[in-house]
Ligand binder design. Sequence first.
Ligand code: NI
Length: 139
Amino acid sequence: MSALSRIGVAIDSDLLDQFDRLIAKRGYSNRSEAFRDLIRDELVEKAWESPDSPVVGTVTLVYNHHVRLLNEKLTDIQHDFHRSILSTLHVHLDHDNCLEVLVVRGKSGEVRKVADALISTKGVKHGRLTLSTSGADLK
Ligand code: NI
């Protein structure tokens, strides 16, 4: 485990008040953990910028399964990128709509390609790639 460093930060009082209110709402018991989470979030985002970085994330899709050939198209894309997709969860939301969550892992550039291909498929009502990390490089 690396050593703990203590830092002092000069910050505008109003900005700090706003920050304190925000983190209290989110359930943080102290500023330190909130600061650490902000820093980790930036580091994860930064890792995603480089196309060769190993990343982990999820792709969430909502679509109407009655749209002609949509299921087949989405399945074809997933098979094309099977090395990047670890697992999928499918929920039948109602008579028409399906929610699918894919856990993706691989090089950032490749994972983005899978997400873009799925999300841009005609008939997908909403799609979102959530960037995350294996955690291996984060303390
Ligand atoms: Ni369904």
